[in-house]
Design a protein around this ligand. Sequence first.
Ligand code: PLP
Length: 382
Amino acid sequence: MIPYGRQEITQEDVDAVVEVLRSDFLTQGPCISKFEALIANYCKVNHAVASNSATSSLHLACLALGLNHGDYLWTSPISFVASANCARYCGANIDFVDIDLSTGNMSVDNLARKLSIAKKLGCLPKIVVPVHLAGRPCDMKAIYDMGQQYGFKIIEDASHAIGAKYDGQPVGDCRYSDVTIFSFHPVKIITTAEGGVSLTNCIKLANKMETLRSHGITRKTDCMDQEPDGSWYYQQIDLGFNYRMTEIQAALGVSQIKRLDEYIERRHAIADRYDVELAPLPLILPFRDKLNYSSLHLYPIRLKKPDFRKLVFEKLKAKGVGVNVHYIPIHLQPYYKKLGFKVGDFPNAEKYYSEIISLPIYPTLTSKEQDYIIKELKVLLS
Ligand SMILES: *Cc1c(COP(=O)(O)O)cnc(C)c1O
């Protein structure tokens, strides 16, 4: 089976991990800050706080921004459930902004409309979480301007989008957001097995996320309410978690990030080839443009013929092509239906879901494998 995505682990990665295993620190050692510095430098952002998953990083970001009971967080219904769950962890309410069918991203027109209604009703969101679906950046400038106008904070769920560029600048620079999150799950662009990071230009947010990542404990004397009893002294100043990344994971990340640009180029070469070869077929191919340089985490095709998706999906699977669907709309998950969401609430998201299939795309996909995928699709759709 050709998977829809997979990691590449080189001998250099293995050596980096083994070196940590033989060292003094398996956790809370020097690799974490090295990895954080490399990401911050790559993204041209001031602070990076690594964690054990992007889900944890989303939770930390919501907590640092003060999300609480009674507050609203808005995100895209076409995302992984974690984009919404982070609000629920804080006891906050969730709502969704319907997508733009051409990109699958949160529609800024729908956001504008929903904000003006929410303002009248007095239920504006505290946080908006745009998701850069498949690695294609959302229209961040427009979302930022609305944030200024309506007073909400912004967390970019860039789980798919490390290595992407928005308006020529790296996603993660937080020019148009308070915090940006990346995921390092093995199907994502680079991996630490499990892992995530939150990026910010605000030192206060960075300190808060760092403290909450490790039980709410600090060793910084200026954060304490008294002089330390001695050099062993620490204080718990908040209710935090154990969301730490290990040294083993961070060492893998340090080794992987060296190949990030190479990976993105390879993904673009694969996508270019799909673009050309699949153009004659009755499909809507991913929307690609220069302003929004995608990391191409996914290559989602849309089937124009209604009710054709399931058939094509099952046939490709039977032929050993490991396709996938990104995503089942979050509002249609039983947990969210119990909160009051129902079919018809976000029609674009539901239409998108009914048409979509993610084709295999990852750096080690060979051209022979891609030939085979293209051939099978042509057989099915010509
Ligand atoms: C993968 C993913 C997450 C969660 O990432 P983890 O590191 O697995 O916790 C969140 N949001 C989106 C959009 C994702 O694709």
